[in-house]
Design a protein around this ligand. Structure first.
Ligand code: AMP
Length: 470
């Protein structure tokens, strides 16, 4: 049973228990007793760690921030953005980022978030979602204080780091401190920063819980809680940690909930975490690849995948490509194989240290390596521009991951190509992807490649087609 299914069945094990606030906790596993998963954790420790937190920082230093240009001047340069209710400081940062017009999710979300309402949003990758939630939050935050007032939870260190960077850019003209709390690096610097006063914390769940347990962070002043890529957090088994963290934030807060897909378990968590009048901000579920990506399936005997990969990459030449594998072992093996054949490769998977992961990404972004071999850790959210090709060494197990993987190319309206190496034992996984995207992916054959058995180019007609636009 995959992890999502396990979690879904775990979460539907018990009767839900209503909190006094009207927020409903997710249903917990029977093994943990009849109380809610969240409450049982809190009860064990008596008062929540945030209540006991002894790390109240002393008065903090004022930061020197550049003055924003006059509002009228910005309004002229950014007429569409200025209609959304943002202040001069935010518009100035938007101008610095080189944005001209808001993306659809920004148009829809920014005014509603500024109204103070909880929101639940689905958006395809690369839609400008980060600015959609960070710009209005920065506007509402006002003057810097000591304890964190914004908490953003992200599933991976890379996404957290990207989001923290975005918050820093959007708060350039305000006296606000942003802190990235992620694992894989020493806690000391994070503790020092927390003590000197932080407004916005962007964190991965595990390391944030370490700080909560050690009472080096207090969430009692959190007024804005953003849960990003929630379905991914479920996939990665973070649900208990995330529920635990949510339960430690004040109930009187604005919660923004983003997920590429909305399976039942994610919906259940959203019902608990968000107020009943939460706004839906759907900008298209991640069930279709961007129009700018051409994608093909290359059928091949499993034993010839390494050779076909080489042949395809040789055809691509030196242009940048990401090669996705299903497992960490495959990622290492494929990297070794490519290095042995003269390719310049960096590798990213969760068994590599944070430093190694950052360096791999940096080398790839700077063009020091033309190939990035990665597991799905790199398939979501990462904003790497100029990726011309995505090659799936294996068909991904979860169909949504296919859309995310191929979404690494064809970003910002550039054209991209995605190629999936497919062996007959992966038929079920490929079928699930085609059901999700509602169409059959074109089969291709690489001319001149010495196939052991002639590939089947025409897929069998589907018995059952998904009904669309219901
Ligand atoms: P995100 O979906 O937040 O990861 O954003 C994807 C990419 O789009 C990032 O490189 C952003 O800097 C960029 N972006 C976000 N909003 C805009 C905009 N309004 N105009 C142009 N680029 C944008």
């Amino acid at each position: 049973m995959n992890l999502i299914k396990k979690l879904v069945s775990m979460l539907s094990g018990n009767k839900p228990e209503r909190q006094k606030s009207g927020r409903r906790p997710p249903k917990s596993s029977k093994a943990r007793g009849s109380g809610s998963l969240v409450n049982s954790n809190v009860k064990k420790r008596g008062k929540s760690a945030s209540q006991k937190c002894s790390s109240r920082p002393k008065a903090r230093k004022t930061k020197n921030v550049p003055p924003a240009p006059p509002y009228e001047e910005l309004k002229e340069k950014l007429p569409e953005f200025s209609k959304l209710g943002l202040g001069a400081e935010e518009l100035a940062s938007v101008l610095d980022m080189g944005y001209i017009e808001p993306t659809p999710i920004q148009k829809k979300s920014i005014p509603r978030i500024l109204e103070g309402k909880d929101a639940i949003g689905t958006a395809q990758t690369g839609t400008g979602k980060t600015a959609a939630f960070s710009l209005p939050i920065v506007k509402m935050l006002g003057k810097g204080e000591n304890l964190p007032r914004v908490l953003v939870l992200s599933p991976t260190r890379e996404l957290a780091s990207q989001t923290a960077k975005a918050f820093k850019s959007f708060s350039k003209y305000r006296d606000l401190n942003v802190l990235l709390i992620q694992g894989g690096v020493s806690m000391d610097a994070q503790v020092r920063a927390l003590k000197s006063g932080v407004d916005i914390v962007v964190a991965t769940p595990g390391r944030l819980l370490d700080h909560i347990r050690q009472r080096t962070v207090s969430l009692r002043s959190v007024k804005w809680l953003v849960l990003d890529e929630v379905d991914r957090m479920f996939d990665m088994g973070f649900i208990e940690d995330v529920s635990n963290i949510i339960s430690r934030c004040p109930k009187d807060r604005q919660t923004l909930f983003f997920s590429a897909t909305m399976p039942d378990a994610v919906m259940r968590l959203s019902k608990w975490a968000l107020k009943e009048d939460a706004e839906r901000l759907d900008i298209g579920l991640a069930c279709s690849p961007a129009d700018t990506v051409e994608h093909f399936v290359y059928p091949v005997d499993g034993i010839q995948k390494y050779d076909l990969l080489l042949a395809l990459l040789e055809k691509i030449g030196t242009r940048s490509a990401i090669v996705f594998t299903r497992t960490k072992i495959d990622a290492d093996r494929v990297s070794e194989w490519l290095v042995a054949h003269g390719f310049c490769v960096t590798t990213m998977h969760s068994d590599r240290s944070q430093r190694e992961r950052e360096k791999a990404l940096e080398d790839f972004k700077k063009g020091k390596a033309s190939l990035l071999v990665a597991t799905d850790i790199a398939s979501r959210g990462l904003d790497i521009s100029g990726v011309a090709y995505v090659v799936n060494f294996n068909v991904p197990e979860h169909p949504e991951d296919y859309v995310h993987r191929i979404g690494r190319t064809g970003r910002a309206n550039r054209e991209g190509k995605a190629m999936t190496l497919f062996s007959s034992d992966e038929s079920t996984a490929l079928g699930r992807i085609e059901s999700l995207i509602g169409s059959q992916i074109e089969r291709r054959k690489l001319e001149g490649f010495p196939y052991r058995t002639e590939p089947v180019i025409l897929a069998e007609p589907k018995k059952k087609r998904r009904r669309r636009n219901m």
